[in-house]
Design a protein around this ligand. Structure first.
Ligand code: XBP
Ligand code: MG
Length: 256
């Protein structure tokens, strides 16, 4: 048995979007809406426990600002703030400030060459995904992905498995034919609950999270001139680069 599809998360996995792009865009939006809120890097790390920008704003309102009444009234404002945030985020992407993580472009290209099917599975807004792909991989790269599962396409966002279930159904694939590539505990929980083996590329916001259910944990996917490291039993060791033959071998070794 071989992997037939790779399902890529976006934020933190394709690119380090959170600290210097999403967070910055949220803060610009708060200012535009005359709100004196500011999410610093540490606070944003905590808020990342909640996936989805609208959901994250609501969580901040209720748990940090203790605003629990007038929820209906806030619904409209949250939508407006979030749209403003998306506009700022898109502007940051268009400035070319958000590069892909190491090895992402290489692995996507290899997958295309070898006929491995591709999908995006993310909680972020579809416009954000399209802009990131177009800016980093070229105008037609959106077509590389058979499915773009994003944003409000399902009601319950990660860590719920719904978006992965939805994607499997769209692609008519079994969970064990797919490899999810994620960066966080929420992403890992979503994929794992859908039965999909998961490779984790950690980052600064996720390195302390509970990731032991992952098939493999690395610091990034690696490139010819930039070796990746693997985390195994609490120890980091050099691994080289994650390519298709390595991943197919891993599948066989783990009897998936
Ligand atoms: C990332 C997220 C998103 C982004 C914000 O999830 O949690 O909420 O932070 O995106 P994933 P929006 O890693 O699964 O992509 O503001 O567009 O919701
Ligand atoms: Mg992520």
């Amino acid at each position: 048995m071989v992997w037939r599809a790779f399902l890529f998360d976006v934020d933190g996995t394709l690119a380090e979007t959170e600290r210097d792009a999403h967070r910055v865009a949220f803060n610009h939006a708060f200012k535009d809406h005359q709100l004196d809120w500011y999410w610093d890097e540490r606070l944003y790390g905590e808020l990342l426990d909640v996936t989805g920008g609208k959901e994250r704003i609501r969580h901040y309102l209720t748990t940090h600002l203790k605003i629990v009444d007038d929820q209906k009234q806030w619904d409209e404002l949250i939508k407006l703030i979030h749209q403003t945030k998306t506009n700022h985020y898109l502007a940051l992407l268009h400035e070319g400030l958000v590069p892909l993580r190491p090895g992402v472009k290489r692995l996507l290209e290899e997958a295309r060459t070898e006929g491995i099917r591709l999908a995006i599975v993310t909680t972020t807004t579809p416009d954000n995904v399209i802009a990131l792909l177009e800016n980093s991989l070229g105008k037609h790269s959106v077509e590389w992905f058979e499915v773009i599962a994003a944003g409000d396409i399902v009601k319950s966002k990660k860590p719920a498995p719904d978006i992965y279930h939805w994607t499997l159904k769209q692609m008519a694939l079994r969970a064990d034919e797919c490899l999810a590539i994620e960066d966080s505990e929420n992403g890992l929980r979503a994929a794992t609950q859908a039965g999909i083996p998961t490779l984790i590329t950690i980052n600064d916001y996720t390195r302390q999270q509970e990731l032991s259910d992952a098939l493999l944990i690395v610091d990034h996917l690696g490139d010819t001139d930039f070796q990746c490291q693997q985390l195994h039993n609490g120890q980091w060791s050099p691994l080289g680069q994650i390519d298709i033959s390595f991943l197919q071998r891993l599948k066989k070794e783990k009897c998936i």
